[in-house]
Write a protein of this length. Sequence first.
Length: 322
Amino acid sequence: MQKTKEIPDNIYDIVIIGSGPAGLTAGIYAARGRMNVLLIESLTIMGQAAMTDMVENYPGVEDIPGMKLVDVFRKQSEKFGLNFRYGTVEGISSRKEGGLEVWQVKDENGVCEALSVIIASGALPQKLGVPGEEEFTGTGVSYCATCDAAFFHGKDIIVAGGGDTAVEEALFLTRFVRKVTLVHRRDRLRATKVLQERAQANEKMEFAWDSVIKEVLGKEKVEAVRIKNVKNGEEHEIACDGVFVFVGWKPNTAYVKDMIKLDEKGGIVTDDDMKTSVRGIFAAGDCRRKLLHQIVTACGDGATAAFSAQRYVEELKGTAYK
């Protein structure tokens, strides 16, 4: 019989950072495994799934608003007894407890401790980095169509980007606005074919191909953008009332950049078991380096990370099934 190590009650088996599909799935699996697990949920960072108007490629669900799908995940995790805490994680450190590595996760409310950590903190919208963008954020520049579309009823807007998110959100915006001009640096969209077809067929959508936004213009609010053709260098202005930016996502990993191996884009490097370069820390979802960033892949990551973390903790305690 293996000898079980006694762990103080105030030390969790697993702390999960992030309440998107990856974090909640990890919570479901860890709670069902009867782990003592805590999920830290940020009130200031909205996940990509929750910002999506309609999800139509999640298996078994024909279509569902992103926020509603995340809420289903949350209710399911609560049913299995997952503990929640609100906070935005600022850093992770460690200390020794009876020869064991105990991870200390710090947020604005203090520190919680665990034998293992699953980082599922997702990604943040990538910004254009052009003059006027920061100045007009909140007064015409937005990164969330679901949040802000209603403010632009009957207006002309610009959407920057050409991938799935940009086209999905542009199509959603056409329900509210008079016209959407999608600015994309190439001569064709990167989005999946079905989205391309819908965009091309939508009478409210126009396209500025081979172009990038160089500046957001206005006085007290957005009035126009200056765009540049990347092929011939020509620049001109397009009048608009708002700019929605969907040019990609940046992994939300700044708080661990000095302790865990990241790729050149800031994604956490993991193996197939979601193990990071640091023993006892795992990662799942859009914060890690991966080929496909989708809800379904985030859920798979979360399940794997929870199983790996559970095995790790049970080995530490001496309760692993041999």
